[in-house]
Write a protein that binds this ligand. Structure first.
Ligand code: UDP
Length: 359
């Protein structure tokens, strides 16, 4: 653990949605975990986020303006776009004005502007990159920052870092969670779980195809981000044993997740981390995931779940048949060892010490 003095840190959230809306995906919870782990260590935290954000017990500055479109949807050559009266622009204009009141700025946005602005700021900026490589323009601007400010790029997994040319300069903070909010459940109900934004890159259809074959019910939690995609799924699998259970606020989600027999993670992209994997383990729920991206670094094959060949529904089916070989208390134990707020705080402080050249 480093001996950092108490720092004043300004956290700048994602501009794709208010905190609590679900549109920001895992970033919304990640920001809260980062804030709470730093607060516990005596650092002083203020969060800047789009208007309408909800945060319990953390100082919050809400900024008006139009939301940014999500970056996952386009192609490699997509141009950088900003709407009129951009909330992203407004948030960083606010940061520019107050920067001297802080020791460090902390960027959660997977957007071009904060990277581009980095050399124009007096204060150091820690950039937590929440997804793998998606567009050439983003790769180029992040790489420029990685070269000029070599310690300032954080990631969630090695697999995510390796999607970039500058993987050797990335600091892997993994992630961490307030595990006291996740209750261990030794006796689950019958259903399996699938959790995430309902959008093509998350691969929900594979999980549904698997439960269609096993005839075990699947509960689905998450924001419907792509309505066309969701309608296609409903049309393709009209008789699958699945139930859409909605998008729940974090505290309610934490109550029900543990009742699942296992979590299925079937992403078609390199998932940077996969918050829901740790949330499941924290409740004692084994994780069956494709051997790809962050989940492949989280799940211990045969101990806390099963890793299966990506995009192979039959392999998912075989893994589902073996769920009961996994000990649910081992799952909880693994979350406690590597993914507590304390473990995250240690990694964050080590990263900050490098950025601020304190170590
Ligand atoms: N989530 C939630 N309520 C729900 C379903 C999901 O709050 O009903 C949250 C979950 O806690 C997690 C996030 O949605 O933090 C999904 O994040 P993940 O990293 O798994 O995927 P992403 O959406 O970032 O690709």
């Amino acid at each position: 653990m480093s001996n950092l003095r108490s720092l004043k840190v300004l956290l700048l959230s994602t501009p794709v949605g208010a905190i609590g809306s679900g549109l920001g995906g895992g970033v919304e919870l990640t920001l809260q975990s980062v804030a709470r782990s730093l607060l516990r260590r005596g650092h002083s935290i203020t969060v800047v986020a789009p208007q309408g954000s909800v945060l319990d017990g953390i100082s919050l500055v809400e900024i008006p303006g139009n939301l940014q479109l999500t970056a996952q949807t386009g192609g490699r050559n997509d141009l950088i776009t900003l709407p009129e009266n951009s909330v992203l622009g407004n948030m960083w204009n606010y940061a520019r004005q107050v920067q001297h009141e802080y020791d460090l700025l902390f960027n959660f946005a997977y957007d071009w502007l904060p990277f581009y602005l980095t050399p124009f700021f007096d204060r150091a900026i820690a950039h937590l990159v929440s997804m793998g490589s998606l567009t050439d323009a983003m790769d180029q601007i992040i790489e420029t920052v990685a070269q000029e400010f070599p310690t300032t790029i954080g990631v969630h997994s090695r697999a995510q870092a390796e999607t970039f040319q500058f993987s050797d300069r990335c600091f892997n903070i993994k992630n961490g969670f307030d595990l006291s909010a996740y209750h261990f459940c030794a006796q689950p109900k019958q259903h399996l779980a699938w959790v995430g934004r309902i959008a093509p890159e998350k691969g929900l259809e594979d999980a549904i195809a698997a439960v269609q074959k096993t005839n075990i019910p699947l509960k689905i939690w998450g924001v419907i981000q792509d309505h066309v995609y969701w309608q296609q799924i409903l049309a393709t699998y009209p008789t699958a044993p699945m139930e859409y259970a909605g998008f729940l606020p974090t505290d309610q989600f934490q109550q029900v997740l543990g009742e699942s027999r296992a979590l299925l993670m079937t992403p078609h992209w390199v998932e940077a981390f996969g918050n829901v994997a740790i949330e499941a383990l924290a409740c004692g729920v084994p994780v069956i995931a494709y051997r790809r991206g962050g989940p492949a670094e989280i799940v211990q094959d045969g101990k806390t779940g099963w890793l299966v060949e990506p995009d192979r529904v039959d392999d998912l089916v075989s893994a589902i048949a073996n769920i009961d070989l996994i000990d649910r208390s081992t799952c909880r134990q693994h979350a406690e060892t590597d993914y507590s707020l304390e473990a995250l705080g240690d990694r964050l402080e080590a990263w900050f010490a490098q950025i601020l050249k304190l170590s």
